[in-house]
Design a protein around this ligand. Sequence first.
Ligand SMILES: C[S@@+](CC[C@H](N)C(=O)[O-])C[C@H]1O[C@@H](n2cnc3c(N)ncnc32)[C@H](O)[C@@H]1O
Length: 592
Amino acid sequence: MIQFTEIQIDWETRSFLKNILQETFDVAHINQVLRSACGVVDFFENSSDAADFACYLAESYDFVQEPDRTAYGDFQTNPNLASRVASFLKQKSIIPAILIEPTFGKGNFIVAALSAFPGLQQIVGVEIYKPYVWATKFSILQYFLEHKDQPPPIVQLYHQDVFDFDFRRLSRQIGSQEVLILGNPPWVTNAQLGAMNVDNLPTKSNFKNLSGLDAMTGKGNFDIGEFITLTLLQTFQHSKGSMAFLVKNSVIKNLIFDQQHRPLHIGNIAQYAIDAKREFDVSVDASLLVCDLNKTPEKLCSRLLFDDPQNIGNQFGWNQNKFVFDLAKYRLVEAFDGTCPFEWRQGLKHDCSSVMELSRVNGHFSTPKEPEVHLEQDLVYGFLKSSDLKGGLLAAAKRSTIVTQRKVGQDTSYIKKYYPRTYQYLNAHWDEFAGRKSSIYRGKPPFSIFGIGDYSFMPYKVAISGLYKSPVFTLVLPESSKPLMLDDTCYFIGFADYENAAIAFALLNHPNVTNLLSAIAFADSKRMYTKEILQRIDLRVVAMSVATAEIQEICRSAGLTNIPDEEHIAAFLEGVQPQTIGQAHFKFFDPV
Ligand SMILES: C[S@@+](CC[C@H](N)C(=O)[O-])C[C@H]1O[C@@H](n2cnc3c(N)ncnc32)[C@H](O)[C@@H]1O
C-alpha cells in the first residue's frame, strides 16, 4: 500500500486523475495519458500503485503521520525560495536544456525550474522518500494543468537512493547539452547518523579517503550534502552547464580547500548567503553555491548575499599555497603569514564540569550541587573560560578546577596517597567520570584530563578565545603565585617571565596581527581561531614591523602598569627565533 503523507493535491489535479482512473486500470494507458499531460515518465510504477491511488481518491483523505526524517537531512526548500533561486539563475543567463535534481524532495525546485526555464527538454530527479515522489508528481501534473500551452519536457523521477544512482551513465547520455544541477542536498553528517544509529550513507566510496564503513563508524566526520555535491561535480565537471546548490557554508569552504590538491573543472564559483533561520528555521550558515562546469579549475570563491547580490563581498580561497578568507585584505598583510615562533596550545579538557568546576567560598569550594567541598589546595587551579578573555590583563579567576595530571596519561593513583580529600571527592563522582562520552577517556587512568602538559603550568600566558569573533588577546598572570588554567575553548602561548609575555601580548594585539587574522580566519566557522590559524602568525616578522614605543603604548592603553623597557624589547626581538622563547620549564609547584 502506498504511504500517502500530507500530499497537497489541488481540486483540478484530483478530478483530472479521478477521471482517468475511472476509465481504466490499464497502467500503460494511464501513464501514456499522464506523460502527454505533464511529461512524467511512468507516473505509476505498476498497476497496484494506480489501484491504490484510486482507492485513496475514493476514500478521500487518509494521511499518514510524517515520520522523523532527521536522518535524511530533510529541510525542504520552500516554493518561494525555490522560485527566487530559479529566477536568479535565469537572470544570470543560465538557460538549461536538462535539469538534474539529485534529491528532489517535494519537488519545489523542479516546479520552480519549469516556470523559469520553459524550454527545458528533460528533467531527471532522484528521491529516497516515496511520499515525496508522489507529491512531486502531483505538483508537476498540477503545473501543466495550469500551463496547458507549455510543452512538457521528459520528466524522469526515480524513487531511489541517490548513492546507488548511476550519474555517470546520465553524464554520458547528456553529451553536449546544457545542464543545470539544481537542488538542496540533505543536511546531515555521518556523526549525526551514527548517534541515531541510522544508515544513510554511501556503501562504497573513497570520500575523503574514508570507506562507507569507516564513515559510518565515525572514523571521520563528513557531511552527506558535501558528499553528494562532490560526487555530482566530479561526474559532471566536463559537461556544459552549471550547478546551483543550497548547502552549508562549510561544504563550500571544503570544496574550495580541496581545489588545491584535487581540482575540479569548475569556475565562476560564488556563494550567495541565505538567511537559513528565515528560510529553514535552522541556525546554520548556508548559501546558494553557484558555479560553471567545464572550466579551468578555479581556487577562489566570491561571497555575496542572495538578497542583495549587488553588494560585493570578499573572495576566499587560495593565494598561492595559503588558504585565506579575504583575499583583498590578505594582500596587505601577507608578510605576517608564516610560522609562529611559539607553540599555540589549546586549554584543558575534562568533559565533567559538574564535578571539575568549582567556586571558591570562604576557605572551601562549592559546586551548584554541593555547597561544601573540601579539597587540598595543591591540585586546585584558577580556571578561565572564553567568556573571561575580554582583552587587557587578567590575574584572577571566578572559578577553579582540579588538575589531576601534569601530562596526558599520567598515573593518578598518587592522588589517593597525597591528597585524600581530593581523592574522596573525585571518587564520590566516579560515575560522572565514567559516563564521559568521548572515547579519548577510554582506557585512561581514573579522573583523566586532556590538554595538559608542562606548557599548562607556565605562569604567564597570552590567550584568545577560539569561539568569539574579535581577535582580542588577554595577558593572563598567575593568581597567588599559581598559574591560571584555561579551558579547551581557549588557545594560548605560555611564558616563563612577565616581560616576554607582555611584549607578545602587545604584538598580538597590534593591527598587523588583527588584520592578518581577519584575512585568514573564516568568520562563519564555529571556532574561528584554531591552533592552526594562530600558528600562522609570524610574530618574528610582526615584532620587526612594530616600533618599541608602539609596543609600550599598547601595553599602557591595555592597563598594564609594568611596561616592558627598551632593553627587554630589544632582547625579545633578538631572541625571537622559531621555538626559542617561553618554552622553559616553569617550576612553581613541582609534581608529586
Ligand atoms: C534538504 S532536503 C531538500 C529537498 C529538495 N531538494 C528541496 O530543495 O526542497 C533533502 C532531501 O534529500 C532526500 N534524501 C535524503 N537522503 C537521500 C538518499 N540517500 N537518496 C535520495 N534522497 C535522499 C530527503 O528525503 C529530502 O527530501
